[in-house]
Design a protein around this ligand. Structure first.
Ligand code: NAD
Length: 493
């Protein structure tokens, strides 16, 4: 294997001798950022009652991008009141009329796709090829899909009438900012609800840009209201008395705090929480394809993925081969400038997340697992972490039990199918799993016995708006996507 040398002057990632070298390929579309983003309440941008703003920075170089309004309880209250005023007319519109608004939003987002992709990459650190080819098109797909449902709600629960709930409060995380917003807004609106939503504090920009689209689409004032801020603002959104339902995506820890806060109220809830998915490789799997699948499962979006395949279970007879191919593969992953079209892993979303990753990786080393890291040279400024694997991991290690939410893979082995199932299910989470094998019958058995909301077979991280997504156990409850996701935003009349 050639040894890597220092990155080029442009600060690119791995370069191997004279084998190959990419020229920098920076994306240059204008993200059209504003210096300051206000709240979006009752169809208009509004200054926060708190008078306070916080910075959103680019994690790739730690430079400030914009100022974001900090919403307090009084702002959240105004947002809920606007939503409650809008609800009677919005919910009474014929479904096909609501559908037209959703179609418009989807198309306007497509029109501005490149601009949104650049903004998402600048604000969150993810590689441009992912925001361009996954986040933004998938977000538009969710609006299209739910636009199609809006006039067919009688088929959501055949034989029963489904009615909207009223005003729903939604809080989302930073790993897929625009996409999580689309997962939340589109079904809620299609069903006839009005919304108060809070994006995550490190990634509010694309959500606020979407409000420009809501205005261009002529969405009636008050139907969607966005308030920005951190945990305190989130707690005000979840706890507001006008919320008929709350939908939360984020960590299990905060999900539990919200459930404690809302215990005893009549609010409906959906919780999309953390995960520690098993990605299981049997000895009859197509090994090279599986290695690509393992890389996608853990290094997509720097591993900031709730359903990431962060626990690799490999059948003992092929473990050595798989690990050696995996090491070769991660040596050539390109880590660096997220705006470069050739970058595979961009920046870690925040300094806090980087220290969480470092802390858990240090625990892996301390507890006796064996670490291998890509020898890539990281940019000097910004938050970066190299692709990392751990072998000799046992089930009791923290890195096998806790969500790291970074580019770190814990590798365990098994001998029999029963042992694979036992180890895969030996976790507090239950969001997703992957199975790689040549045998259809084994796939069927695994998919029924693995306690996970999604089980991928011979692939990983596949999403479609028509496919419900959600967890078991500490990964939460309720579904997003598909008929099941819509049902979670309605009541049977
Ligand atoms: P987080 O729980 O720290 O924050 C999520 C959101 O909750 C943010 O908007 C934050 O401001 C807000 N918040 C914080 N404290 C709050 C409180 N007390 N009340 C209300 N809101 C509060 O999570 P994160 O670090 O932003 O996101 C990563 C987590 O999200 C991971 O655990 C990941 O697995 C999970 N996630 C789950 C899914 C899923 O579909 N299951 C999808 C994406 C991310």
């Amino acid at each position: 294997m050639p040894t890597p040398r220092k990155p080029s002057a442009a600060g690119r990632g791995l370069i191997f001798g004279d084998l190959w070298e990419f020229d920098p390929a920076p994306e240059t579309a204008d993200p059209k950022l504003k210096e300051r983003y206000e709240l979006f309440i009752d169809g208009a941008f509004a200054r926060p009652r708190t008078g306070k703003y916080f910075d959103s920075i680019n994690p790739a170089n730690e430079r400030k991008l914009s100022e974001i309004a900090l919403a307090g309880a009084a702002d959240v209250d105004l947002a809920y009141k606007a939503a409650a005023r809008a609800f009677p007319r919005w919910s009474a519109l014929p479904g096909r009329e609501r559908g037209k608004y959703l179609f418009r939003i989807a198309r306007l987002l497509q029109d501005r796709a490149r601009e949104f992709a650049v903004a998402e990459t600048l604000d969150g650190g993810k590689p441009i090829k992912e925001s361009r080819d996954f986040d933004v098109p998938m977000a538009a797909a969710h609006f299209f899909y739910h636009a199609g449902w809006a006039d067919k709600l009688e088929y959501v629960a055949p034989g029963r009438r489904v009615v909207p709930l009223g005003v729903v409060g939604q809080v989302i995380p930073w790993n897929f900012p625009l996409l999580m917003l689309a997962w939340k807004l589109a079904p809620a609106l299609a069903m006839g609800n009005c919304v108060v939503l809070k994006p995550a504090e490190t990634t509010s920009i694309t959500a606020m840009k979407l409000c420009e689209i809501l205005q261009d689409a002529d969405l009636p004032p008050g139907v969607v209201n966005l308030v920005t801020g951190a945990g305190e603002t989130g707690a005000a959104v979840m706890g507001h008395p006008l919320a008929a339902k709350v939908a939360f995506t984020g960590s299990t820890e905060v999900g539990k705090a919200i459930m404690r806060q809302l215990a005893g109220t009549k609010k409906k809830m959906t919780m999309e929480l953390g995960g520690k998915a098993a990605n299981i490789i049997f000895d009859d799997a197509p090994i090279d394809q599986a290695v690509e699948g393992i890389v996608n499962a853990i290094f997509f979006n720097q591993g900031h993925v709730c359903c990431a395949g962060s626990r690799l279970l490999v059948q003992e007879s092929v473990a050595e081969r798989v690990v050696s191919k995996l090491k070769n593969r991660i040596r050539v992953l390109r880590v660096g400038d997220p705006l470069d079209k050739n970058t595979d892993l961009g920046a870690i979303n925040s300094r806090e997340q980087l220290s969480t990753i470092r802390r858990l990786v240090a625990s892996g080393v301390r507890e006796g697992a064996v670490m291998y890291q890509s020898p890539c040279v990281l940019p000097e400024k910004g938050f970066y972490f190299p692709p990392t694997l751990f072998t000799k991991v046992t089930q009791s290690h923290r890195i096998a039990r806790e969500e790291i939410f970074g580019p770190v893979l814990s590798i365990l082995t098994f001998r029999t199918v029963d042992e694979a199932i036992e180890k895969a299910n030996n976790t507090a989470f239950g969001l997703s799993a992957g199975v790689w094998t040549d045998k259809g019958s084994r796939i069927l058995r695994m998919s029924t016995e693995l306690k996970a909301g999604v089980v991928w077979a011979n692939t990983f991280n596949r999403f479609d708006p028509s496919s419900p997504f959600g967890g078991y156990k500490e990964s939460g409850f309720g579904r997003e996507g598909g008929r099941q996701g819509l049902l979670d935003y309605g009541a049977l009349a």
